[in-house]
Ligand binder design. Structure first.
Ligand SMILES: Cc1cc2nc3c(=O)[nH]c(=O)nc-3n(C[C@H](O)[C@H](O)[C@H](O)COP(=O)(O)OP(=O)(O)OC[C@H]3O[C@@H](n4cnc5c(N)ncnc54)[C@H](O)[C@@H]3O)c2cc1C
Length: 565
């Protein structure tokens, strides 16, 4: 029987992120994925700010940027009747290059430049997945097996016994693990076997994604370069999505109907408005949802990513929420396996992430409802008549009020773990949770704010790889009582002093205790009266389980990379 601390079923964005997070923190796992490791269809196409910050923590952000759209490619969202038809509205946001070196004009127009080192990183899921996967597999403790499928499991109080099967030969092996995580997508076998149901709105619309290659595509229409090109004429309701900004694009056709041409090429030509050279690389039907699983955990089994929630892509939250789940569960599993995390840490996964699943799926579905209103327009929308002008003006008016759908920094950065059992609240009221506007704050449960300390060095980089960090904005000499308590308790901990005046202002309190995932566990202007209690809360050590949990795998050296990596 194979043995591993964590069996991860599924190697998509959630499974690969979980494995990377575990490996990076010196943990071990076995990932089984029933594909050969290549999914040529892009599906998701945007890594949000927080996702990029997770990659930054691992030192992977530059590799992801290198695989994304060119730095001078405009992040523009354009609405037209069809690509060679009439332009209706456009949001010109910025380019990655300008975002990285903002002028005062850009800063005034797009405050997002001060909220994160990153903006909307346009990258096809087919380009992103291999980058995360390779990084995960580079760690000594991580084994990734493609063409292996989880076909059965049974869990007990001590762990999980699973059966995995080779998709080609049918060979089977038994795996004993302490934990099993179902990162096995929307049709999750793990969720199904646990009998966990989805709740919410199902089947918002049936759609078709067509991934194609077309040399000279950007020159085939007058709209110029953009990341999302929406077409709203009644026979071509959908959106073109830039995959490499040049020849490779996806066309998502919304509300497929019996009247649509059967040949996907005809559908693309309709939306372009003329025949262009075109090779269809793949086409996949897909359905939008607004559903979240009732539970994210059953004993030693967890679900994560699309296994736990399904989205409509409007806003680009599905993959980003999946990666956020995996990053949250990853540090908690690593801490428990190392022995310094308490049992409450694993319970906090659902307590923290399910509300984010509900928040994000709700916003995406609200965006869908607005977009859907643009997908049922009369044919006169294309007329050069007063009626056509009026229809287009109406659409432009409606679209211009939807900036939050395309520039959703508040969604990506402003989520907070309200009421989390491992966060010490300070009684301050929550900052507004606005989809577009992020309000920097260190209120407990929030992500710590970004600020450039010097070129290339963000405040986000101060959180060390292992354990908690106390950010100190004081002039008091010596070790803090929190550091002393952490040493006695065997909790990895470091202190960082910051004098930068803007950081002092931004971080609002003299002491900010940051968790390994960059969220605030506690803050105050004086040291806590009972520092051990604060740390016990933050590491999920409930009062009745005060003793340290038994280490399941010994403290291994931090994240050894394989030599072949
Ligand atoms: C058309 C479309 C557009 C989208 N656009 C966006 C976007 O712009 N932004 C965004 O954030 N999200 C978007 N999404 C959503 C995004 O693709 C998903 O949220 C994301 O893929 C979820 O990752 P995951 O790892 O949870 O699941 P998946 O990507 O589904 O990965 C699950 C993996 O597990 C494997 N597997 C399944 N069962 C088993 C088993 N029993 N054993 C072993 N392996 C198994 C599967 O083969 C797969 O490799 C879009 C989705 C679609 C369909």
């Amino acid at each position: 029987m194979l043995e591993t601390p964590v069996l991860v079923a599924g190697g998509g964005p959630a499974g690969a992120t979980l494995a990377a997070e575990l490996g990076w923190r010196g943990g071990a796992c076995l990932v089984v994925d029933d594909t050969d490791g290549t999914n040529p269809h892009p599906r998701a196409n945007m890594a949000g700010q927080r996702t990029m910050e997770i990659f930054r923590r691992w030192g992977l952000a530059d590799q992801v940027l290198a695989a994304s759209l060119p730095a001078d490619y405009p992040i523009d969202v354009i609405f037209s009747t069809r690509l060679t038809g009439i332009e209706i509205h456009r949001f010109s946001l910025t380019t990655p290059k300008d975002f990285a070196n903002p002028t005062p004009e850009l800063r005034a127009r797009l405050p997002d430049v001060d909220w994160s080192p990153y903006f909307k990183t346009q990258i096809g899921q087919n380009y992103l997945e291999p980058v995360i996967s390779r990084f995960a597999a580079s760690f000594e403790g991580v084994e990734v097996r493609h063409n292996w499928k989880l076909v059965d499991f049974a869990h007990d109080p001590e762990g999980v016994t699973s059966t995995i099967e080779h998709t080609g030969t049918g060979a089977r092996e038994a795996v004993r693990s302490r934990y099993l995580v179902g990162c096995d997508g929307g049709r999750s076998f793990v969720r199904g076997k646990l009998g966990i149901r989805f709740a919410g709105r199902g089947a918002l619309a049936h759609n078709l994604g067509i991934y194609f290659r077309s040399p000279g595509f950007p020159q085939s229409h007058p709209l110029g370069r953009g990341t999302l090109l929406w077409t709203v004429a009644p026979d071509c309701r959908g959106v073109f999505i830039a995959v490499d900004g040049d020849q490779h694009w996806t066309y998502n056709r919304y509300f497929v109907s019996e009247d649509d041409p059967k040949d996907p090429r005809e559908q693309v030509w309709q939306a372009v408005g003329k025949k262009i050279p075109l090779e269809v690389l793949s086409s996949q039907p897909w359905t939008g949802y607004q559903v979240v699983a009732e539970r994210y955990r059953d004993g030693n089994v967890f679900i994560c990513g699309d296994a736990a929630h399904l989205f409509n892509p409007t806003g680009g939250f599905g993959m980003n929420t999946a990666i956020g789940d995996a990053a949250d569960l990853g540090w908690k599993l690593a801490a428990v396996l190392k022995g310094w995390g308490g049992p409450g840490l694993l319970d906090s996964y659902e307590a923290e992430r399910k509300p984010i699943g509900v928040r994000n799926t709700t916003e995406a579905a609200g965006n869908f409802d607005k977009v859907a209103g643009l997908m049922r327009l009369p044919a006169e929308i294309e007329e050069g008549s007063a009626r056509g002008d009026a229809l287009r003006a109406d659409v432009a008016g409606r679209v211009s009020g939807q900036k939050k759908t395309w520039s959703a920094s508040g969604m990506h950065l402003g989520y907070r773990y309200e009421g989390s059992p491992i966060v010490v609240p300070d009684g301050t009221p929550p900052t507004p949770d606005h989809p577009q506007v992020y309000v920097p704050t260190t209120r407990p449960g929030s992500r710590t704010p970004h600020h450039w300390l010097r070129p290339g060095h963000s405040m986000l980089d101060l959180v060390p790889r292992h354990g908690f960090a106390l950010l100190r904005f004081d002039a008091v000499a010596g070790e803090s009582p929190l550091a002393t308590a952490a040493r006695r308790m065997g909790v990895p901990f470091s202190e960082v002093r910051v004098e930068d005046p803007e950081a002092v202002r931004l971080y609002e309190r003299r002491y900010v205790l940051v968790r390994p995932d960059g969220h605030v566990a506690w803050r105050g202007d004086a040291f806590p009266a009972d520092p051990a209690a604060v740390l016990d809360t933050a590491r999920g050590m409930q009062p009745q389980t005060h003793s340290r949990s038994k280490p399941i795998c010994p403290n291994s050296p931090p994240s050894t990379r394989k030599e072949t990596a």
